[in-house]
Design a protein around this ligand. Structure first.
Ligand code: SF4
Length: 374
């Protein structure tokens, strides 16, 4: 594996608002909203239902956010899904305003695909370690060093990084797209998640160089502790998101995106599962599979510390009160530099066209030779 290392990302920087700062994991944890009382929760949900109608708005929530935001999105005609379906749903829905509960790149992707719509987020400082770890200047220089390679970036990136890419992928379509690129003779420059990139390289045999980013949630799953947990639950099947380290992926009975994990839990012939992804997924897994038992994969030994402990602090910043507030006031609207939008949209449109062709049984691979470096 050819990995290009960059400096380690410093997540524990000062809070956004000071120049060059980002919202650190510690600050993100400190800003996680308090759980509302049952009365407050019911009142907030009523207020949001009313505001969604008044403002011609729809909720688009990720599987990792608070169960309240998942359930309310579905109940009010919105969606809870992975980032690929979030992008597609937001683009195709008739509502004028999208309320995206997730992290910033998800709101930016929605805005790039629908610049005419208003895209609101509960907290604009909710970010992602992969996005933070891939600054455009360094990434652009990396691309310049490899002009012969097709640039494939993960959705978890800034609009500027997307604008430098040939293809965008999410974890649910990355394998298919890279395989099609390889079959068409492309060599790949991959960014930013090194674990997902390495997994795709192993599965496809594509010629790839890598950016050295990681998700602070999946990077912390531990193979040794996972083996010990499996010994306690020998009948359990292990479901792993490919942003996890290779040793963890090697123990999996099924590897895939959040949607693929949901599908595996539904279809596999087992009653117990150990799940290596953000524990926000447990809500959907348990709701859809009431007779089955789900255990969180371990993130560290008893004496160790973790940044996430299997839950993304930035995803946790999303709450009902902020959804109500931004709907009421129009605050926290996502802005993407207009000059970036047409170029950033190209790799997203390619991904959406490819996955739509795949879904409808058309030869998606035929789309590949027209795009990228080869
Ligand atoms: S779970 Fe990981 S990949 Fe997802 S937003 Fe959080 S840090 Fe980023």
């Amino acid at each position: 594996m050819n990995t290009i290392a960059i400096k380690d990302v410093e997540y524990e920087q000062p809070l956004a608002g000071t120049e060059g700062a980002v919202c650190s994991t510690k600050h993100a944890w400190a800003r996680v909203p308090a759980e509302p009382s049952p009365t407050e929760r019911a009142a907030l949900k009523d207020r949001i239902r009313r505001l969604l109608k008044e403002k011609n708005a729809v909720m688009v929530s990720h599987y990792y956010v608070h169960p309240d935001l998942q359930d309310l999105a579905e109940e009010t005609g919105g969606i809870v899904s992975d980032s690929l379906e979030m992008a597609r749903f937001g683009r195709d829905h008739a509502a004028q305003t999208l309320v995206v509960s997730g992290v910033r790149f998800m709101g930016e992707t929605a805005k790039i695909l629908s610049p005419e719509k208003t895209v609101l987020m509960p907290d604009l400082d909710a970010t992602c370690s992969l996005d933070l770890g891939c600054p455009i200047d360094q990434f652009s220089a990396f691309c310049d060093q490899h002009p012969d390679r097709t640039v494939v970036v993960y959705a978890n990136t800034s609009a500027a990084v997307k604008a430098r890419a040939d293809w965008l992928v999410t974890s649910s379509c990355a394998l298919d797209i890279v395989r099609a690129l390889k079959d068409a003779g492309h060599k790949i420059l991959w960014a930013p998640d090194r674990h997902l990139g390495a997994y795709i390289e192993r599965e496809t045999g594509a010629d790839m160089v890598f950016w050295n980013g990681a998700c602070i949630v999946h990077d912390e799953f531990k193979a040794l502790e996972l083996e010990l947990l499996k010994k306690e639950h020998p009948e359990a099947k292990i479901l792993v998101h490919p942003e996890s380290p290779a040793e963890v992926v090697a123990l999996a009975d099924a590897v895939g995106s959040t949607s693929a994990i949901l599908k595996a839990a539904r279809e596999m012939d087992a009653r117990e599962f150990i799940v290596a992804t953000d524990n926000g997924m447990m809500h959907k897994l348990r709701t859809l599979n009431p007779g089955k038992t789900f255990y969180e994969a371990p993130t560290a030994g008893n004496s160790a510390t973790c940044k996430s402990c299997a839950h993304c602090p930035w995803m946790a910043m999303n709450g009902l009160a902020d959804v109500a507030r931004v709907l009421e006031t129009g605050a926290n609207a996502i802005h993407v530099e207009p000059v970036l939008i047409p170029r950033a949209r190209q790799p997203i449109d390619r991904m959406l066209a490819f996955t739509a062709a795949l879904k409808s049984g058309q030869p998606a691979g035929a789309l590949v030779p027209h795009f990228g470096a080869a």
